[in-house]
Design a protein around this ligand. Structure first.
Ligand code: CP
Ligand code: NVA
Length: 317
């Protein structure tokens, strides 16, 4: 329920902030409603969100800084070169100090244990902006995008995503782990194909299946995972921090590049779309698919903003 509420809130923020409102031609009732909604947005005046980023970011950073600005609060970006963390100071001390002066922390870390450590010693909410095991703010944007693409007028997020079959092809990484955590609980179905050497740990599959029976299927080939799918999703084969494995990974993932031939052979649902959290590298998806009208990657990227805005609003307002 919490996930659906956040995505519904994100859809509302998107509507409020992107629908042109010409107050001069609106009826009085419409104008009052619009002003009230616009007035209620800068609710975080005087509040600060510390953004501890140990890794690079385009989308997550821009989404967070721009949505903090719409909410009237202050985003304080703290990159690895800016603070003492990791060089002169521990996570424990950093968490205690930063949380004593701010209203929330967003953190992009290496190991997931770092997020847990930050949260353990923080007195303010900690938002996970990506760890080696998870990327929760990304999946909210993916769900909003799927809702926008496949929802019928008037349908709730939950209704529009119910039983939706999506396919993930590529590395068993933080994105796939996030899908395995959320999709079964949200009533969605996930077909997975990874190279055998990069398969999902059995415990993660068992957990997903115990959350929802028959919610996940594993496939030896990408083509078989695509059958009847509504969304074909991939991610980089070389996540941040795995750069030294690049040469071997490029060899191991041969045959996993999503291209028009693979999709045609896989026979997806006729309304299929392509998704990718970005940044995209050339090897995992062909330009033809990535820039086609089936690709919703830039809508998905923009939705990072509205879903992060909803997350911040829910935790800090
Ligand atoms: N998808 C995503 O998290 O992008 P950034 O790394 O640019 O934030
Ligand atoms: N799996 C990728 C996601 C980037 C948003 C990484 O961790 O680098």
């Amino acid at each position: 329920a919490e996930i659906f509420n956040l995505v519904e809130k994100a859809a509302l923020f998107k509507r409020i902030c992107t629908t042109p409102n010409d107050i001069r031609s609106a009826s009085e009732k419409e104008a009052v409603g619009w002003l009230k909604r616009a007035d209620s947005l800068p609710i975080l005046t005087g509040k600060t969100l510390a953004m501890i980023f140990k890794k690079r970011s385009t989308r997550t950073r821009v989404a967070t800084e721009t949505s903090m600005s719409l909410l009237g609060g202050h985003p304080m970006f703290l990159g690895s070169q800016d603070i003492q963390l990791g060089v002169n100071e521990s996570l424990l001390d950093t968490s205690k100090v930063i949380s004593s002066m701010t209203d929330g922390i967003m953190a992009r870390v290496d190991s997931h244990s770092e997020i847990l450590e930050l949260a353990k010693y923080s007195r303010v909410p900690v938002i996970n902006a990506l760890s080696d095991e998870s990327h929760p703010t990304q999946i909210l944007a993916d769900m909003l995008t799927l809702h926008e693409v496949f929802g019928k007028p008037g349908q709730s997020v939950q209704e529009s995503l119910s039983n939706l079959l999506v396919t993930y092809i590529g590395d068993a990484n933080n994105m796939l782990y996030e899908f395995l955590l959320a999709f079964p609980k949200c009533g969605m179905k996930l077909a997975i194909s990874t190279p055998a050497k990069y398969s999902v740990p059995t415990a993660r599959i068992s957990k997903a299946l115990s959350d929802a029976k028959d919610s996940v299927t594993l496939h030896d080939s990408p083509v078989s995972a695509i059958k009847d799918s509504r969304a074909i999703i991939t991610d980089t084969w070389i996540s941040m921090g795995q750069e030294s494995e690049k040469k071997q990974r490029l060899i191991d993932f041969q045959g996993y590049c999503i291209d028009a031939n693979m999709i045609q052979a896989g026979n997806p649902s006729k309304d299929w779309v392509f998704m990718h959290c970005l940044p995209r590298k050339q090897e995992e998806v062909s330009d033809q698919v990535f820039y086609s009208d089936r690709s919703v990657v830039f809508q998905e990227a923009e939705n990072r903003k509205w879903t992060i805005m909803a997350t911040i609003h829910s935790l800090l307002a």
